[in-house]
Design a protein around this ligand. Sequence first.
Ligand SMILES: [Zn+2]
Length: 118
Amino acid sequence: MDKAEILKQLPVNVVVREVDGEKKYFCPTCDRETIFGQTTCKFCKQTLSFDKIKEEEVKSAGYETIATLSFSVANDFTPGDCRKCPISFIAKDPTGNIYTCPLNPEKKGCPLKLTKKK
Ligand SMILES: [Zn+2]
């Protein structure tokens, strides 16, 4: 892997621009448009981050919007155990196949909270 490819694996914040009165997100590496929440630029494979945008949004609005979803897991499941989690999926990585999760547990830890129900 060359240096440019390694650098693309480090997340960088997307560029926000207003186009025709609408907020649009752009990859800082190749300057092509991306959609909110997309973790990799589909054109140049740059790893993208939306953290800073989220922080600014929370600051200006004064609140954060949280989504909650309930689903059943194995009784021996522990948060972060992606192999046993129904929302993780197997993705191709330069190092082989890896478990991937849309909740980005590798960044801030698995956000799942467990409750027991009879
Ligand atoms: Zn790009």
